[in-house]
Ligand binder design. Structure first.
Ligand SMILES: C[S@@+](CC[C@H](N)C(=O)[O-])C[C@H]1O[C@@H](n2cnc3c(N)ncnc32)[C@H](O)[C@@H]1O
Length: 282
């Protein structure tokens, strides 16, 4: 992490630590209660039923709870702000979901999980806050298993005929609401600023492609002010496909020798998948 990224991470962590007590209320007011519907849609996209799932930058755990509600077998919520995690744990406990959801401290830029750990991963209102988006997407791709699904919900720079109105809403109304209901004007000014620096939806989709995801795309909701991006980590080619690919090589496959790479790969693949719950998340 370079100095600029470290400074942003520190700023974001302390900002969220300050606004925890009224975070959920202000969120609800700012989105006119629509955030619940958007979270539900984001989770539906990744089909979490019986899956091992990750909610990155979980905050007060709303998306983690939605994953559990939609049938995820095991949910890990990760965040680098201890105060947000504490509030999240209280909500998880109040719903009796401690057996399904565990909340852990960790950084999106260096996820503390082995490769191929999760069946699905989601995040909400997180992307504008991470200091390095390409690295975050690369990390998400790494920890998803092949075929694993990603869903990302966040504000997107407004466009179209309502652009002026929403620009005004985000730049003037949201900081005002944050000051009155959240008691912290600078924190909610940051929210408007973070959107100005955020890539527009098509660019964000291309970043997912560049990180290695396939079947990427996005849906706009909230009158085009919110985007739900999605993608899939490519499945490993089947043995038959690999054989076909080798046969197409102009120079043909090299005969295998004892101890060469093919044999080592097979042995590695036979190792059991790491179970995230064997790691410490508390
Ligand atoms: C706007 S809140 C969103 C919280 C929650 N996902 C929700 O939907 O309400 C952004 C969260 O991202 C977390 N965050 C930002 N950068 C992070 C990073 N690099 N690693 C982990 N968490 C991060 C913050 O601590 C904060 O809790």
């Amino acid at each position: 992490m370079n100095q600029q990224e470290a400074a942003k991470a520190q700023f974001v962590r302390t900002t969220f630590a300050r606004i925890v007590p009224r975070y959920d209320l202000v969120n609800w007011l700012m989105t006119l209660g629509l955030d619940r519907r958007w979270r539900k849609a984001t989770v539906e996209l990744v089909r979490p039923q019986s899956a091992v799932t990750l909610d990155l930058a979980t905050g007060t755990a709303d998306l983690a709870i939605e994953l559990a509600r939609q049938g995820s077998r095991t949910v890990v919520g990760l965040d680098f702000c201890p105060e947000m995690l504490e509030a999240g744990r209280a909500k998880v406990a109040a719903r009796g979901l401690e057996q399904v959801i565990s909340l852990a401290a960790g950084d999106a830029l260096a996820l503390p999980f082995d490769a191929d750990t999760f069946d699905a991963a989601v995040n909400a209102f997180a992307l504008r806050n991470v200091a390095n988006l390409p690295r975050t997407f690369a990390e998400l791709c790494r920890v998803l298993r092949p075929g694993g699904r990603l869903g990302c919900l966040d504000l997107t720079p407004p466009r179209g005929p309502l652009k002026g109105f929403f620009g005004l809403y985000i730049n003037r109304m949201v900081p005002l609401l944050g000051a009155v209901a959240g008691g912290d004007l600078p924190a909610y000014r940051y929210l408007a600023e973070s959107l100005r620096a955020h890539p527009e939806a098509d660019r964000l989709k291309r970043m997912l492609d560049e990180a290695g995801f396939v079947q990427t795309g996005y849906r706009l909701v909230g009158f085009g002010t919110v985007a739900i991006h999605y993608g899939v980590k490519p499945a490993r080619p089947s043995r038959a496909e690999s054989r076909g690919a080798r046969a197409k090589l102009p120079f043909g496959p090299r005969p295998q020798r004892a101890g060469d790479r093919v044999e080592r790969t097979t042995r590695r693949a036979a190792r059991p998948r790491p179970n995230p719950y064997k790691q410490s998340h508390k």
